[in-house]
Design a protein around this ligand. Structure first.
Ligand code: RAM
Length: 976
């Protein structure tokens, strides 16, 4: 593994542009070009790098003339470089290459890729000077927004017999729009399609669906910005002047459909009719561009889709389909001319994230016949998506109805009370054709079960569930010896898949599905270990920013929505501060802070203005407290003031990172003031019997935080609100409260994410494990033992005694309580970055084995792959760690005998790549350079004391005792 083979040398891989692989259609004038590093040798770190960008690959070759050359850069910590060359031109593909120089001997190594700009570039703004401006000027578009006329639809499309009786929920049929055009003479060298919709679009070129984006262009606050996508359609164009056809269907989506929980009124949120905007650019061999744009020459009518709505579902009437409508040669003479609504391009932006895609298909676990013509299909997994159904010989006018639910009731029928007004019903009306495949395109549902009505027989191979979500690349995996914990991790991951749908939603099933800020805030650390969410949150933080209130407040939901209290609650609005900070730490991209800092400052200033004595008691908005906590409520002022202090502190840190020193000082002062106010107002300290301040131990000081709730102590400890010497007393009280509850947890959304990490950090990993393994409600395993495949909104959404909880708020797919996922990686497996590290430059590997026999985690960081795997066999623990090039790690080897530690079978001796750092309770600690390390050590769980501070002075004797045998774990090589 550590051999000096050429293949194993330092090399860049995983190249990204603005956190995406080969993005097509970016509009950022100074994109971040980043790479990861791999090497099989220890200490094979980068010394520097050089990035070159050119219009052609050959510009990057030796002797070529790149457009931009960063020159040799010697920042060995860098994971990327911002492009600062000549202004990038729109509609242009750029090739780039990074060359990395090794710090040690060896030749530089290079990797290359490309990115392509969109139809229009955003103005070249230096974000350090003017961070708020990141909008494109809107120049360069020629297309108009087009739609159908509602009136002709009424006339043309009077309901057919049978349709009239259907409930269309007041929705109108989806317009289809088409335009035939001649291809350009000669060959097309490049064809790009730039598309958006006010609503949702699906677009086809010459009969083939373009791209694989679902629910595009995604949800933003359409009053502020509308995204477009770019597609390479070169292969779909018919060359040589023959007829080509662009054909699109548009649907209401978030633009004019049901959104949130307010009854829909036309135009209540954004608009009342879906509209399309598209430009096709055909570039010939000489570089001349011919455009085909949406305008009055397009033809329109309605088609198969009689209504489509995110919450209500979708209805297809095959009798309305016009075969060949999307192909050349189709006669559209009896279609109407499209109506041009306007040509406003000001709000258009290139989507900075990967779209929603269909990422998995699940076959039925069971198909149960309920009664004649009614079957219930169990897909075995709660998810967000839709069903695809193959139907043979559906008679003219005959119907198949698909209803969806997360759970069944005691009679085996769908339980839909918790969907509230979301009908989640899809409908197919036949026209007598022999075969059809029904798959809705403009809706999604949160479901595990589908009820199919209208088919005499239903065979399992004829139906699949299709999972839809924003396509965030998977970055992490976790495994351990307890099957329950493995399943818990699966549930958490499926919660993420189901709720990252263009925005991070609270739930995918009922009439809500909103971007609640606190849910996202508490879950982000977990989400960012499971997947690369940099681009997804880049997009959503724009929504968060767009949603800000006139006096600078962050809101409770983003995109902001009529009917939801705007002004943000403690812990909710604070997400506007916490999320950018966490993203900066994870991805080492300061632009997360650059863009957020004005909002951060405005937010803490708003609270300060309303609460000059620095106790946040005058609510700026509503107060959700520690939402859905089953125990005694934590006093609202405690929660609020804790978050105020935390937000002020992180704002100061952000200002510091960006070099705004005055701002940093000001906010550090504010944070210190709020902490002092928190302590004065809410913390009572009773000195221990010996009267010594700060004595730690069973007889030491005792401390109470108002309300005396788990969440109160968790917030105070996690946000470092107490003077350092008082933290142990707070941690002791927290542990007492957890112990006396079972051990158990009685926190809601805000406290839950902090529980295991805080207990672990204060030496009580044993209690964190006890919470993890607990099976009675409230606990993570209780739902699992009652059939959950995703995390529930409530700890006790269903119990054997009480059945279903309040249907008005009882989602079975809410990720907030799944924020324990973070500790599975960081605590159980032990894969973490140090508190002062960004971009995984300094790792802390500190497994908490508990009574598990193995755990492992793998994480694809911005710097490269990190893996940790530990395993216990008999009285020996083995720990294998991979540290990516450019990173260092502090590895805490769990052991009951520090002298027994071996690395790669040898007594560890201080050297270039490894040094002994000390021992702590139950561990020996080493600092290592990049590379792969294999430790073994004696480990006798019963004798393992709790984890406490590290004693650096307590150096081991240089000649430890006899070596313990090493062995490779069964899956060790899987983790490389
Ligand atoms: C509920 C949402 C969400 C929560 C808010 C306060 O309706 O489901 O999860 O953050 O309320």
């Amino acid at each position: 593994m550590s051999g000096p083979s050429a293949a194993g040398r330092l090399r860049p891989y995983g190249l990204r542009c603005d956190h995406r692989v080969t993005p097509l259609g970016i509009d950022e004038p100074g994109p971040l070009l980043s790479w990861r590093l791999a090497s099989d040798r220890r200490g094979d770190d980068p010394a520097g790098h050089r990035v070159r960008v050119g219009r052609r690959p050959e510009d990057l070759a030796a002797g070529g003339e790149p457009l931009w050359d960063s020159g040799p850069l010697t920042d060995s910590r860098a994971v990327g470089v911002r492009y600062t060359g000549p202004a990038l031109e729109p509609r242009t593909r750029y090739h780039w290459q990074v060359t990395v120089d090794p710090a040690g001997p060896g030749a530089p190594s290079a990797a290359g890729t490309w990115f392509e700009t969109g139809l229009v570039m955003a103005p070249a703004v230096d974000p350090a000077v003017d961070p708020a401006v990141d909008r494109p000027a809107g120049d360069g578009w020629r297309a108009s927004w087009i739609t159908h006329d509602p009136d002709p639809i009424e006339v043309m499309d009077a309901p057919t017999e049978g349709e009239a009786a259907l409930d269309h929920h007041g929705l109108t049929p989806c317009p289809v729009l088409r335009r035939a055009f001649p291809g350009i003479p000669g060959a097309v060298s490049r064809a790009r399609l730039y598309v958006s919709a006010r609503g949702l679009y699906e677009i086809r070129l010459n009969g083939t669906r373009v791209g694989d984006a679902e629910l595009a262009p995604g949800w933003t606050d359409y009053h502020h910005r509308i995204q477009y996508q770019t597609y390479d359609v070169t292969e779909l164009i018919r060359d040589g002047g023959g007829e080509n056809v662009l054909a699109a269907t548009v649907a209401d989506g978030w633009w004019s459909g049901f959104v949130g929980f307010e009854p829909r009124r036309a135009g209540a949120h954004y608009g009342s009719t879906p509209q399309l905007l598209a430009e096709l650019h055909l570039v010939d061999a000489d570089g001349r561009t011919t455009r085909v744009v949406t305008d009055h020459t397009w033809r329109t009518r309605t088609g198969t889709v009689r209504h489509a709505d995110l919450l209500m579902g979708e209805c297809h009437d095959l009798r309305r389909s016009a075969d060949g409508w999307d192909l050349p040669g189709f006669d559209d003479a009896d279609w109407s001319p499209a109506r041009v609504t306007d040509a406003d391009h000001r709000l258009l932006v290139a989507a900075p994230d990967e779209p929603v895609r269909a990422t998995a298909e699940l076959t039925p676990r069971t198909v149960t016949r309920l009664r004649d013509g009614v079957h219930v299909v169990d897909f075995g997994q709660n998810l967000a998506g839709r069903v695809r159904l193959r139907v043979d010989g559906l008679a003219h006018g005959a119907r198949v109805t698909l209803r969806h639910a997360e759970v069944l009731d005691e009679d085996g029928e769908l339980y839909t009370a918790n969907l509230r007004t979301a009908a989640a019903t899809d409908l197919l009306i036949g026209d007598g054709r022999a075969h059809t495949v029904f798959e809705p395109r403009f809706t999604y549902h949160g479901f595990r079960y589908a009820e199919v009505t209208g088919l005499a027989e239903l065979a399992a191979p004829d139906i699949v569930a299709v999972a839809l979500h924003s396509d965030t690349p998977w970055a992490g995996s976790f495994d351990c010896s307890d099957p329950d914990i493995r399943r818990l991790h699966d549930c958490v991951t499926w919660g993420q898949r189901s709720n990252f749908v263009s925005v991070p939603t609270d739930c995918p099933q009922r009439d809500e599905r909103l971007g609640w800020l606190a849910d996202a805030q508490v879950f982000l650390p977990t989400a960012a270990l499971n997947a690369d969410v940099a681009a997804f949150f880049t997009k959503w933080l724009r929504d968060v920013d767009d949603a800000r209130t006139p006096d600078g407040g962050f809101t409770n939901v983003a995109p902001r929505l009529v009917g939801v209290a705007d002004e943000g609650a403690p812990g909710w609005a604070d997400a506007g501060v916490i999320i950018p900070w966490h993203l900066y730490r994870t991805y080492d991209d300061p632009r997360f802070l650059v863009r957020a800092l004005p909002g951060m400052c405005a937010w803490v200033e708003l609270i300060r203005r309303h609460n000059p004595d620095l106790v946040w008691r005058h609510r700026v908005g509503p107060h959700f407290s520690d939402w859905l906590a089953p125990g005694t409520p934590t006093p609202r002022e405690v929660v609020a003031t804790a978050y105020f202090a935390h937000s002020a502190h992180l704002t100061a840190r952000a200002a510091e990172v960006l070099g705004h020193h005055d701002l940093a000082r000001e906010h550090h002062r504010l944070a210190a003031g709020v902490r002092a106010a928190f302590n004065d107002r809410f913390v009572t300290r009773t000195p221990g019997p010996d009267g010594q301040d700060g004595q730690d131990g069973p007889d030491g000081d005792s401390l109470r935080i108002d309300g005396d709730t788990q969440t109160g102590y968790l917030l105070a400890l996690a946000f470092h609100l107490l003077p350092g010497e008082q933290a142990p007393a707070a941690a002791r009280r927290l542990a007492e409260l957890v112990e006396s509850a079972g051990p158990g947890l009685v926190t809601g959304f805000l406290g839950v994410a902090l529980a295991a990490p805080v207990l672990d950090a204060h030496g009580r990993a044993d209690l964190a494990h006890a919470l993890l393994r607990r099976t009675e409600a409230p606990s993570w395993l209780f739902p699992l033992h009652h059939g959950a495949t995703t995390i529930w909104e409530r700890w006790d959404g269903w119990t054997p005694d009480a059945g279903f909880r309040a249907p008005a708020m009882n989602s079975f797919n809410h990720y907030a309580l799944g924020s324990i996922g973070e500790w599975l990686y960081r605590g159980v497996a032990g894969l973490d970055q140090s508190a002062d590290s960004t971009g995984y430059r300094h790792l802390t590997v500190r497994p908490a084995p508990g009574d598990l026999t193995h755990a492992s985690a793998r994480y694809e960081s911005v710097r490269g792959t990190v893996t940790v795997r530990w395993e216990r066999r008999g009285d020996t623990l083995s720990l294998r760690v991979r540290v990516p090039p450019g990173a260092t790690a502090e590895i805490h080897v769990p052991t009951t005998d520090p002298r027994s530690v071996r690395e790669s079978g040898e007594v560890p001796v201080d050297g270039a790549h490894l040094t002994f750092a000390g021992t702590g309770p139950g561990r020996a600690v080493y600092r290592v350079a990049s590379g792969v390390y294999r430790f073994t050590a004696a480990y006798v769980p019963a004798g393992t004391p709790e984890r406490g501070p590290l004693h650096r002075a307590a150096a081991l004797p240089r000649t430890p005792g006899p070596a313990t045998p090493t062995h490779a774990g069964p899956h060790e090589e899987d983790m490389t």
